[in-house]
Design a binder for this molecule. Structure first.
Ligand SMILES: Cc1cc2nc3c(=O)[nH]c(=O)nc-3n(C[C@H](O)[C@H](O)[C@H](O)COP(=O)(O)OP(=O)(O)OC[C@H]3O[C@@H](n4cnc5c(N)ncnc54)[C@H](O)[C@@H]3O)c2cc1C
Ligand code: SF4
Length: 510
């Protein structure tokens, strides 16, 4: 049952067993898993509920309705644009449906270095398999490769670099190219089409999802959380909501989960809001004589893994095909509006790649500022070096595939005409004022680990020092995961849900 803010006219009070904040990759799976085990669940979601029919494929209509802060979220001092979904289904509604399992090396590191129990590759395998089955994850078919993806594959093959078709959670994709605006064909197997829908099959009283409902604080006493206080953005203005429960799970996503803990003064470890990774991504554009029409077809169907951890065994980057609708595309272009206008005339001739950099954790957030949180993030020198190398290698791919010129997302217009121009990328640099970077993968802030000395939550997401409060979403990643993160979030959610279910007596009654 989904209760939308517009249908609420006065304050609401709920008494339940499990209260979950956030309905994205983690929250939706937790709601289903715990309801399946017979627990009553109330799920609070800040964003609105938009069913498939409501997706209009228009950037001006969808970005304000589906994204956090209407799409405006930046890290200081460089102005990295950070995109996060905010709607029932969270970021899974606006993502590109690319599915990577967590690399084995990352899981092994999380186990060894952060003392996380039960997180080895063999222990996580079953969770990935279960999620992949429900989400219909499958290899992109060769006929689903559009010209943008094929160019990147051609470049890789010419250079002898290893690359691969992506796996995606999509059934009979209609290849409209507008994944970032919600899938109006309902083929993307986001949370909206899967676990939220499954949760709707339970009795109305057993799973209640409140959309347009922002959790504002957690009330705790005697080592337990007793209540979430929230507001519902109703047709009558903001009305109060209170949820009492036996167990609480914060799955509001990176930044928002830390924000809720900080507002509730639950930062005994002192680590809340720290160790944030972004996968900061520059865009590299290849200009081709023939039309590419990268906006038509599956946006992300191929990646180059030559410089990624999977191939080299050490921290690196993936070069991924990606394409954007015009407004989002404009944000990646160099310079100011007059230059962008001229560059946009060649939109149909462009191919685009993004560098997914496996960054060291260097960011933090704190309360304050006009939207309630401030995000600070700086590239380390080594990350900067890898980013430059990644852009140069993406440019090599485009030249190998026949591009007439390559344009980078540096703020100062940067155009390369041959490989001889590659040093220009290093000259322009990646300092805070040099380049437009984007991120759709914020992670960390509530690091998982063995003890309160270096982490916020334990091996299963329980906040150190409280008996019945869990955090489960991308914010618990101890380090940058180095691949598109949704499957990692989902597998951790299933694992946490099972842990809570298996230990219900101890957790719920203390
Ligand atoms: C444009 C874009 C493309 C992406 N593409 C891919 C991809 O192809 N493959 C991939 O693996 N990953 C991709 N990602 C990333 C992936 O979707 C996220 O990593 C994942 O969804 C994070 O899951 P989460 O549960 O942490 O948060 P989310 O899925 O973001 O869910 C958090 C939810 O909590 C809600 N919330 C926040 N604060 C509150 C509050 N106070 N009260 C109530 N509710 C609250 C939010 O509104 C949101 O709906 C993409 C992300 C974006 C933005
Ligand atoms: S490209 Fe496929 S998955 Fe993406 S929005 Fe279009 S139909 Fe949906």
């Amino acid at each position: 049952m989904i209760v939308q803010g517009s249908s609420v006219t006065r304050g609401v009070r709920e008494d339940t067993e499990v209260c979950i904040v956030g309905s994205g990759a983690a929250g939706a799976i937790l709601a289903w898993e715990l309801a399946e085990r017979g627990h009553k669940v109330v799920l609070l979601e800040k964003g609105g509920y938009l069913p498939t029919e409501a997706f209009t494929q228009r950037e001006d209509e969808m970005i304000p309705r589906l994204y956090k802060n209407a799409g405006f979220q930046f890290a200081m001092p460089s102005g990295i644009i950070i995109a996060q979904g905010s709607c029932v289904g969270g970021s899974t509604v606006v993502n590109d449906a690319v599915c990577f399992r967590t690399p084995d090396l990352v899981l092994e590191r999380w186990g060894k270095e952060f003392h996380i129990e039960g997180i080895g590759p063999s222990e996580m395998k079953g969770y990935f398999e279960k999620i992949e089955r429900r989400l219909s994850v499958a290899d992109v078919r060769p006929d689903e490769m559009n010209a943008n993806n094929s160019i990147i594959r051609k470049g890789c093959e010419t250079l002898g670099w290893s690359g691969s078709l992506n796996r995606r959670n999509c059934r009979s994709c209609r290849r409209c190219g507008l994944c970032h605006l919600g899938c109006s064909y309902g083929t993307k197997q986001s949370m909206l089409e899967t676990y939220i829908r499954d949760a709707g099959t339970f009795h109305d009283e057993d799973v209640k999802i409140y959309s347009d409902c922002t959790a504002e604080s957690l009330v705790s006493s005697g080592g337990r959380v007793t209540e979430v206080r929230a507001v519902i953005h109703s047709s009558e203005g903001n009305v109060p909501m209170s949820v009492r429960a036996k167990t609480f799970i914060v799955s509001a996503g990176t930044f928002a989960s830390s924000e809720l803990l900080l507002r509730s003064r639950l930062n005994r470890s002192g680590h809340v809001g720290r160790n944030i990774a972004l996968h900061p991504s520059p865009a590299v554009i290849g200009d081709f004589d023939e039309e590419v029409n990268g906006h038509q077809g599956v946006p992300m169907a191929y990646h180059c893994r030559e410089f990624g951890m999977q191939k080299t065994g050490r921290k690196g980057y993936l070069i991924e095909s990606v394409f954007l609708a015009p407004y989002q595309f404009l944000l990646t272009l160099p310079g100011y509006i007059y230059e962008s206008k001229e560059l946009m005339k060649r939109y149909n001739h462009y191919a685009m790649a993004g560098i997914l950099l496996q960054d060291d954790s260097v960011g933090r957030m704190k309360l304050g500022g006009p939207v309630g949180t401030l995000i600070f993030y700086r590239l380390t020198a080594e990350d900067g070096r890898l980013m430059v190398e990644g852009m140069q290698n993406a440019a090599r791919i485009f030249f190998a595939a026949g591009a007439s010129r390559v344009i980078t997302s540096h703020r100062k217009r940067t155009v390369l005409y041959t490989e001889d121009d590659l040093p220009l990328i290093e000259e322009r640099g990646v300092g805070t004022t040099d380049i437009n970077l984007g991120s759709g993968h914020p992670q960390g802030g509530n690091r998982m680990g063995g003890g309160p000395g270096d982490s916020v939550v334990d091996s299963y997401g329980k906040l150190h020092g409280l008996q019945n409060l869990f955090v489960c979403d991308a914010s618990v990643f101890p380090t940058s995961v180095g691949v598109n993160p949704q499957l990692t979030v989902m597998a951790l959610a299933l694992r946490t849900g099972q842990h809570i279910g298996d230990n219900w007596g101890k957790i719920a009654t203390g």
